[in-house]
Write a protein that binds this ligand. Sequence first.
Ligand SMILES: [Zn+2]
Length: 247
Amino acid sequence: MPRNISMSTCPVLTAQADDRTTLPNVFVNGPKIQLRMESLPSKHYQVGNFFSAVHAIATQTMPSDCPLAEYIVILVLITKLLSRLIGQVRTRIPPHLSKILSNSISLMVAQSMSTQTRVSVATLGFSACGTSRQRKSIANIRKQNLPQLGTLENVDRITEWNTGNCAEPEVFAYIPAMKRQLRTRARQMGLNSSKIVCVGLTLKLAKLDVSQLHSIEGMEFCELCRELTQNIADELDCPILDLCPPP
Ligand SMILES: [Zn+2]
């Protein structure tokens, strides 16, 4: 006999603006969990909030060798679910707490350019969220996994947005391991090319209700992420494409 689950008992959806135990525990002050993540340079990932938990689960469970279109469908479905959740949570928190919610989600797909058969892997990441101290901590951890974040020339010119806050740096950190993994597999399979191409797509996570779920918007890479893209592509000899065209 299936157990009935009432949405009215969900701690996320029933938390009030002044509730100091439920919302912060889910979105800000969750228990810190260290995960072994072989595909990150540091080999570790710290889960500290709701979005980092979704990132860890998505990275570990994303299917391999799918066509790009299937990865985009997965991204859109997860974006719709999270946008719906964000819409409901935003009605229960004061505006100054809105930064406890990520505002973008990024997909990174690496695939072989062989015409014989498809090998591909993918991951999803989120823009940094939490208090300013927590976002700073997230940015520092991201710099450990993506040293190129510390060498961007345009950082001094763009001061209103900390490097590493975007969703893209979270997924860019996986590109070196994705490339190694796919090139090894392509060689083992005797494919006619071990050249790898990476494709990124970032979508907005916004406050939406059910009637607005068709209106999910893409976000092109920002100026810092475009510079990051170029630097990583040159360093790894691996093209990285942004699927969201400029406006
Ligand atoms: Zn960016």
